[in-house]
Ligand binder design. Structure first.
Ligand code: TGC
Ligand code: FAD
Length: 385
């Protein structure tokens, strides 16, 4: 694995052990299945429980008396998942950061008791409904609405592009109310809830993506995430998930680099190893440098998170840079493999097309540049006011 600046030397023994254990789980439970899952557009159904048993779902949330994981440890886990496929990290980051985190942070004791244990063990699956069809970059324009009437909430509207939607037992849904945007915990068995799968994706094929429809769903008063306050609460959840992405994509980039380096050493062209040509070495050297910069960024952002000094614009810089870097590394690796690079015998093309989705979701690359621009200048360029 590419570690040019010996950053592994900076890890503690327990961080190294977590990295090793995660790598092993992924090698045993996911890697043997990923190519077929991708071909067949299927999420491997045994994975939630396998990842739950390995403590990889919501590891930063203190439940069941388990030790809360630090940011570096969490990042290392996400990196191992995405080394296999972005769809696996997507599943884990939605489950932990976008479902367990809001229930833990904004939910009632009853909601926590009902959902957190089963979600952490992978016995129940969750999804997060924020995006609607009229422009995901501006969630404040959402139309889904929850109205409080006769002691019940009535939820109406729809969401789209929702990871794990059709396989979820529970959806954390964000909707307009009289008091602004609030979060709701919606069991997917509720009358009026449907979640058709969005078929035909060319990217993230091993991840389930769905629409959600809420046809006047009746929910008890207690379904609201009582401590959620406006869009800000949803954005706080996104911070957690974006953190997992900025670490996760390092795994995808490293997998592409490792495959390209091995291929270049083996491939004989014009009577010499491809790796001996200057142009090939230039590509490898630039890829290694970009990955190393991404690794340093991720480590420092994790240190800021653990020391309580993290601002959401730091996460935006990391998400923007590391996803763009991983996509560029995957494209160069694909190029180095020549025609072989377009087959699924190798991982480079699968990672490359997955990363197109990662570039867009959880805030597009543009949105993250604008968030950093806002922090630098004090002027929000994404609003019309
Ligand atoms: P704006 O007026 O800027 O902010 C509203 C309030 O929220 C505060 N805030 C944040 N707080 C915590 N964390 C953040 N990241 C925050 N960003 C803003 C802000 O200070 C303000 O607080 P207050 O106290 O003044 O009320 O909001 P805006 O409506 O202008 O929007 C800003 C913008 C464009 C940056 C935001 O809407 C945005 O991030 N848009 C991108 C949407 C997005 O990322 N959607 C992701 C959907 S989920 C998903 O894609 C899952 S993919 C599956 C997987 O993860 O694998
Ligand atoms: P748009 O917002 O329409 O953006 C289109 C283009 O306009 C982009 O290039 C964008 O950068 C650019 N743009 C936007 N605003 C500006 C601006 N102010 N200035 C300049 N350019 C701008 N959402 C969820 O809620 N839950 C999920 O689980 C989830 N999972 C997803 C899984 C997948 C596979 C995908 C692809 C998406 C998922 N999403 C999910 C939705 C995702 O968050 C949105 O796709 C994303 O926020 C972008 O929204 P959009 O696709 O509507 O693009």
């Amino acid at each position: 694995m590419i570690d040019f600046l010996r950053l592994e030397d900076t890890l503690t023994n327990s961080q190294r052990a977590i990295q090793q254990a995660s790598r092993q789980i992924v090698a045993e439970e996911a890697t043997p299945h990923i190519r077929q899952a991708y071909r067949e557009e299927l999420f491997p159904s045994h994975l939630p429980k396998a990842l739950g048993a390995a403590g990889m779902l919501g590891p930063s949330i203190p439940i069941d008396g388990r030790e809360v994981m630090g940011a570096v440890e969490y990042g290392l886990m996400m990196r191992e998942l995405e080394r296999c496929d972005s769809g696996l990290r997507s599943f884990a980051s939605v489950q932990g950061a976008l479902v367990m985190y809001p229930i833990y942070s904004f939910g009632s004791e009853e909601q926590k008791k009902t959902w957190l244990g089963p979600l952490s063990r992978g016995e129940k699956i969750g999804c997060f409904g924020l995006t609607e069809s009229d422009g995901g970059s501006d969630p404040s324009a959402m139309k889904a609405r929850a109205t409080f009437k006769n002691g019940k909430w009535i939820l109406k509207g729809s969401k789209c592009w929702i990871t794990s939607g059709s396989i979820a037992d529970v959806a954390v849904v964000w909707a307009q109310t009289e008091k602004g945007i609030r979060g709701f915990v919606v069991p997917t068995a509720s009358k009026g809830f449907s979640a058709p799968r969005m078929e035909g994706k060319l990217s993230l094929r091993a991840s389930v993506t769905s629409e959600l429809y809420f046809d006047d769903i009746e929910l008890p008063e207690s379904a609201i995430l009582a401590k959620s306050v406006g869009l800000k609460s949803a954005l706080q959840c996104l911070n957690q998930a974006r953190f997992s992405i900025l670490w996760g994509v390092l795994g995808a980039a490293e997998a592409c680099f490792d495959e390209a380096l091995a291929f270049a050493k083996e491939r004989i062209l014009f009577g010499r190893s491809l790796s001996s040509f200057q142009l090939a070495q230039r590509k490898l050297a630039l890829m290694a440098t970009d990955i190393t910069q991404g690794q340093l960024l991720a480590l420092q952002i994790a240190h800021l998170k653990d020391s309580g000094k993290l601002h959401h614009s730091h996460i935006s810089m990391g998400k923007q840079n590391n996803v763009a870097m991983a996509l560029s590394v995957a494209r160069t690796a694909r190029d180095l493999l020549g025609a072989n690079g377009i087959t699924d015998e190798y991982c480079v093309m699968r990672h490359m097309i997955n990363l197109e989705s990662v570039f867009t979701y959880e805030g597009t690359n543009d949105i993250h540049l604008l968030i950093v621009g806002n922090e630098l200048t004090g002027v929000p360029a994404f609003t019309n006011t």
